[in-house]
Design a protein around this ligand. Structure first.
Ligand SMILES: [Fe+2]
Ligand SMILES: [Fe+2]
Length: 292
């Protein structure tokens, strides 16, 4: 019975094509990238055709989350600087997360905060391509949004279980659905052919020690998730403190005093990030409200 529920829930989640918020551009761009002869100009052209989407992508890449504040003027420029994988992650997040404000209060802010923190951690650890780490942070709880949209009744039951049993969101998901958003993340990443580093970070952010190929990505997002919760910026669905796995710091080769300086940097950048309204013009403003 439980297995049936699991299979049908997975099927429902992966009927994600029905999600009205994912732009058609995404499929088109993914197809283009598979052709080695495709130029950056061609990809930029396709994305730029969708003006609303382009505006959202530019807003995100010019925010303090990516460390190029106000300096990226076009989609082509953003592809050159950040790479296709980062831009694709930004497209997915800004599209899906439009509905997030309604689906789960505070999750958008939690995700933006995690992206910011994860990028700071990657820089502190001296890792290459810190923007790829930021995008892992941005997408790390995507499974929660997709479950909210695709399985609204079960999602509601998860929220009720969190409140009535004082559980963490992940534990309540396991109790109600039989799997957590980390598992949903892996399905989604597979479904969208996301690169393996992003996939592993999304799937292993709660248990970074399980990461097989990209332990640094999983560990950075794990610590990023911890940092954003320390500041209670936004909400991951519950108000429980997330235990920090000390192994994650070891994997990243950063000390507790390094973590301290990340917390300081985060506090500094947060006021700037929280001032940016990432939502569409008619959507709700970005706010730092910590919801339970
Ligand atoms: Fe999570
Ligand atoms: Fe989270």
């Amino acid at each position: 019975m439980e297995e049936d529920l699991k299979t049908s829930a997975k099927g429902k989640i992966l009927s994600i094509r029905d999600l009205p918020t994912l732009p058609r551009v995404l499929d088109e761009v993914s197809r283009l990238v598979q052709n080695p002869n495709t130029t950056i100009e061609a990809i930029a052209k396709v994305i730029s055709r969708d003006q609303v989407l382009s505006a959202k992508v530019l807003k995100m890449v010019n925010s303090p989350v990516y460390g190029f504040p106000g300096r990226i003027s076009s989609i082509q420029h953003s592809l050159v600087l950040l790479g296709f994988n980062v831009i694709r992650g930004v497209i997915i997040s800004t599209s899906v997360f439009d509905i997030m404000a309604k689906a789960m209060e505070g999750l958008w802010e939690h995700s933006i905060g995690c992206a910011l923190a994860t990028g700071l951690i990657a820089r502190k650890a001296g890792l290459k391509d810190p923007e790829e780490y930021s995008v892992c942070g941005l997408l790390h709880d995507l499974g929660k949004v997709v479950a909210a949209v695709q399985l609204p009744d079960l999602h509601k039951a998860v929220g009720e279980t969190v409140r009535s049993q004082d559980l963490r969101w992940l534990e309540a998901e396991k109790a109600v659905l039989g799997f957590g958003h980390d598992r949903i993340n892996s399905w989604l990443a597979e479904h969208w052919h996301l690169p393996p580093n992003i996939k592993e970070a999304m799937g292993s952010h709660h248990f970074p020690e399980r990461a097989q190929l990209y332990p640094l990505h999983a560990a950075a997002v794990h610590v990023g998730d911890f940092v954003v919760r320390v500041f209670e910026y936004g909400s991951g669905g519950d108000d429980q403190a997330v235990p920090l796995n000390p192994q994650a710091l070891k994997t990243l080769n950063i000390s507790l005093s390094d973590l301290d300086s990340v917390l300081d940097g985060f506090a500094e950048d947060l006021s700037e990030v929280s001032g940016v309204n990432f939502m569409p013009e008619d959507g709700p403003a970005s706010s730092g409200a910590a919801a339970g």
